[in-house]
Write a protein that binds this ligand. Structure first.
Ligand code: GLY
Length: 348
């Protein structure tokens, strides 16, 4: 390696060396359930009964999603923040151990989008249904239509946003102060609601059952105040979720556009296939996001979490603050993800 190459490489990796905190696991005993964010701990609990009774990973994923989608004060599901026109539009996807997958995007007024995605996977020749078509399909399959009122929290946030209607969405940067607009008018969502639940817009889940089969799912109301019709990574197989039963699985949270641009979770799984550990595979994918546009990456958050077939897990995020929950027979806790950019010191 010549000197110039070495200096360039050092410049690129220096932040990683100074800020990364290794959180990589020791291999866990099957079964294992992993979900994003603090709320993931409750999601894991909701899914655990199925896994501990030797049930299928795919059923555990759906149970976890139903739990969190039922929580009206959570940003996942119908309680989430609306788009710019005031509609809550949901994205979800699911993938099993046989590469079967299903997804819905821009689904309105249906409480359990991930269950609809599963129906798409199991009963249609398609992978993704959107908007009115997804709604029609849901109703035909026995899902009931819900009231279109916003949740109390979402209404409050939307009214606040309407005053300026700035379209500079900032999501999931946990290290910024709560409820502020910065000097550029960028809006930061409240970190925590009054009832203690957290404001994160995406629940990504991965499960490995006692048979060693891996499945995953994602459910979200998407980026707050997005354009009507915008679809994020959570409905896109290979972006917000990818499962390869020979290798493992990955899921993501954060700005979906960045995840789609890099085919994020597919990239993570392919790095694992090449022998990289889950954390390193996530890190190499995050580095691509940063390399694509460093200035843009500094102001956003994306986190990946992955598990390999041996049950080892790990995560990596653009910014400090991404966390994920793990449940096995021995472990039931929230882990801090390793990250590229350290949080700035809070001004308050
Ligand atoms: N990751 C969720 C979204 O971008 O919609």
């Amino acid at each position: 390696m010549n000197r110039r190459k070495f200096i360039n490489l050092t410049a690129l990796t220096a932040p990683l060396l100074s800020f990364s905190k290794v959180t990589e696991s020791i291999p866990a005993v099957k079964p294992i359930m992993i979900s994003t964010w603090e709320e993931g701990k409750n999601v894991n609990k909701a899914a655990w009964g199925i896994l501990s009774e030797k049930g299928r990973a795919i059923d555990a994923i759906e149970a976890g999603a139903i739990y969190v989608e039922d929580k009206i004060s959570c940003c996942v599901g119908l309680g989430g923040n609306p788009d710019r026109d005031g509609f809550v539009t949901l994205d979800a996807c699911i993938m099993d151990e046989n590469a079967n997958c299903g997804a819905v995007a821009g689904l309105e007024r249906i409480k359990h989008p991930l269950s609809v995605a599963r129906k798409v996977m199991e009963t249609t020749p398609h992978v993704l249904l959107v908007g009115d078509g997804a709604l029609k399909f849901a109703l035909q399959n026995g899902f009931t239509i819900e009231n279109k009122e916003l949740s109390i929290d979402a209404k409050k946030e939307y009214e606040k946003w309407l005053k300026k209607s700035t379209y500079k969405p900032v999501i999931n940067i946990e290290n910024l102060p709560v409820q502020v607009e910065n000097k550029d008018g960028a809006f930061t969502m409240p970190l925590k609601f009054d009832d203690g639940s957290f404001n994160h817009d995406t629940m990504g889940m991965i499960a490995m059952d006692v048979s060693g089969n891996v499945s995953g799912g994602v459910t979200t109301s998407g980026m707050a105040f997005k354009m009507h019709g915008r679809v994020g990574d959570s409905a896109v197989i290979g972006a917000g979720l990818f499962v390869d039963n020979e290798v493992g699985a990955a899921t993501s949270s954060g700005v979906g556009e960045e995840v789609i641009r890099t085919c994020g979770t597919h990239t993570v799984v392919e790095f694992m296939r090449r022998g990289y550990s889950p954390e390193t595979a996530c890190k190499k994918t995050i580095e691509r996001i940063i390399k694509n546009n460093k200035a843009r990456a500094k102001t956003l958050q994306v986190g990946f979490v992955a598990v390999n077939k041996k049950g080892a897990y790990g995560a990596y995020a653009v910014q400090e603050g991404f966390v994920y929950a793990v449940k096995t027979k021995q472990v039931d806790r929230i882990f801090k993800s390793a990250f590229f950019y350290k949080a700035p010191k809070s001004e308050d």
